[in-house]
Ligand binder design. Structure first.
Ligand code: ZN
Length: 135
């Protein structure tokens, strides 16, 4: 069984096939949909070619089901979702919403795992705000 991704607010399924689906908004307040690869550490994403953003632009992420903002309370540059693995274990997954940044942080069982070349920018926020230690 593959990983589920859930909205932390409505617990709706964000994963459809091999994509995690988000509603997004750029700094010009243009709206669109973004597909993210469900494998942690794979930072490929797909948007409609008419949806433009620049490297370094902060993109707003929303649940496409309940429209809640998925901004993480911990840091304005992070988005938060829930991931349920094949054994039913739930963990918080944070990833950067800055275009071009590769950073994913997984928090489970008071452990922190990070993936991506920019994740060092955010580890300290998680460590400060949650009772976790490095895996
Ligand atoms: Zn939702």
């Amino acid at each position: 069984m593959e990983n589920f991704y859930l909205c932390p607010y409505c617990r709706g399924h964000l994963r459809v096939g091999d994509n995690i689906v988000f509603k997004i908004r750029n700094t010009l307040r243009e709206k669109g949909l973004l597909l993210l690869h469900p494998e942690v550490g794979n930072f490929s994403s797909v948007v409609h070619p008419h949806f433009h953003f620049e490297d370094g632009e902060r993109i707003d992420f929303f649940c496409p089901i309940c429209m809640s903002s998925l901004d993480a309370a911990l840091d304005q540059n992070l988005v938060q979702v829930l991931m349920v693995d094949s054994e039913g274990r739930e963990q918080e997954v944070y990833f950067s919403r800055i275009a071009g940044e590769e950073s994913t942080l997984q928090v489970s069982n008071e452990e922190l795992m990070s993936t991506g070349m920019h994740s060092h920018r955010y580890k300290h926020f998680i460590l400060l705000n949650e009772n976790v230690s490095m895996a």
